[in-house]
Design a protein around this ligand. Structure first.
Ligand code: FEO
Length: 395
């Protein structure tokens, strides 16, 4: 993709990764972008780079505007390799003596990625850097979502270069929110749920801090997806809402099945939920990607998990999902477990342990069925769905 002018003397010079479908375990059905930005001033500045295999494309984009050797400084808002993988290649081209501005933790982490001495310059939280007519202000955003993460704010134009925050894995030809419209919001929501959910308390604090600092934004430029220029507050307000993780009258029944017994139980639990007016998702783990389930979990009030017992343990897809879900630390959920078994039947107990360790409040001891559920067992599953419905907030 060609570079795009986003403001006077400021360009998007990133790349579109059209065909990536798995971003470290997150399904990216529409690919993604690695955004980098070029600011032309007395000191020409490059903000972030791209994944290593796109470094030449980044340099080619920059070359359409200026000779890359004219870049004076690089700002690294984030160490993760989708934004720093191209750094060595870029520095080799522009001159390895040029300064790379990064946070204190970036200063620690970048050399551990490249095993090479470069001219890293630490910037403190709130520190400013003049590049001529413009001044950058650096804001540490530690653990949003890595220890090194920071924002770079351009006061004159009121542009926030927000690193991963406010991004979306959306690899389209559009560069701005107004070109995509509301269709971008499910991608932003999925990104939040799968990348930032566990840092929700920090996000609420950050939004408060930005408000107290009186910062306003004409544009928010994340490192993935589209740039927010029509209504930057839309994504900030969405982050504030998502971070609160208020439960709604919505339930996910997530399961895998070997011989359809656990599936029959899942469907009966869903019947009970639906009969009580709960928005319900019946999610077979072999049909739903874990990252799509987490997106739906964001505003759900209940998570009910089912697994057959396989070799005295959980079915592997269920273990995978529970591990992924626990790491993201969803809040304010109730839960329950179910599953069929042949002779030992440990799965329900194991799911209960996992849900409890994820601080999901169990509202039932769980339902176990040996081999195939009979009518009575399916009635108990329907009743479990109804009981969960009673515990969920009214619409
Ligand atoms: Fe897009 Fe944390 O990297």
């Amino acid at each position: 993709m060609e570079p795009v002018k986003i403001a006077e003397d400021i360009y998007w010079v990133g790349v579109v990764d059209w065909n990536i479908r798995d971003f470290h375990g997150y399904s990216t059905y529409l690919g993604t972008t690695y955004n980098a930005y070029l600011v032309l001033d007395d000191k020409i500045t490059l903000i972030d780079t791209v994944k290593s295999n796109f470094a030449d494309e980044l340099l080619s984009n920059i070359s359409r505007i200026i000779d890359p050797k004219r870049i004076d400084i690089v700002i690294s808002n984030h160490t993760e390799m989708d934004h720093s993988g191209g750094l060595l290649r870029v520095m080799h081209r522009i001159g390895e003596e040029k300064p790379i501005y990064c946070s204190k933790m970036g200063y620690k982490h970048l050399p551990m990625h490249f095993r090479k001495d470069l001219n890293y310059q630490v910037v403190k939280d709130g520190e400013q850097l003049s590049i001529g007519k413009r001044t950058f202000t650096f804001l540490e955003t530690r653990m949003l979502h890595w220890p090194d993460s920071m924002f770079t704010y351009l006061g004159e134009e009121k542009i926030l270069f927000s690193s991963d925050a406010f991004g979306q894995h959306y690899g389209g030809s559009e560069r701005f929110d107004d070109e995509v419209g509301d269709d971008i919001m499910p991608h932003a929501k999925k990104y939040f749920a799968n990348i930032l959910l566990l840092y929700s308390p920090l996000i609420l604090k950050l939004i408060k801090r930005v408000q107290e600092m009186g910062l306003s934004f004409n544009m928010i430029c994340p490192d993935h997806g589209i740039i927010w220029r029509k209504d930057p507050m839309k994504i900030i307000n969405a982050y504030a809402t998502w971070s609160e993780q208020r439960p709604t009258r919505k339930a996910l029944v997530v399961y895998d099945t070997m011989w359809h017994s656990t599936q029959l139980m899942a469907e009966a639990i869903c019947d009970g939920l639906v009969q009580e007016g709960v928005k319900t998702f019946c999610m077979d783990l072999r049909a739903w990607h874990r990252s799509d389930i987490i997106t739906e979990l964001l505003d759900a009030g209940a998570l009910i998990v089912g697994s057959p017992t396989l070799n005295n343990g959980l079915f592997p897809t269920v273990s995978d999902f529970l591990t992924y879900m626990k790491g993201l630390k969803p809040k304010n959920k109730i839960g329950a477990a179910f599953g069929s078994y042949g002779w030992s039947g440990e799965a329900v107990k194991l799911i209960n342990q996992e849900l409890e360790s994820a601080k999901i409040r169990l509202i039932h001891e769980g339902i176990r069925v040996q081999f195939v559920p009979d009518e009575d067992a399916l009635k108990r599953c329907i009743e479990l769905g109804k009981r969960i419905a009673k515990e969920l907030p009214e619409q």
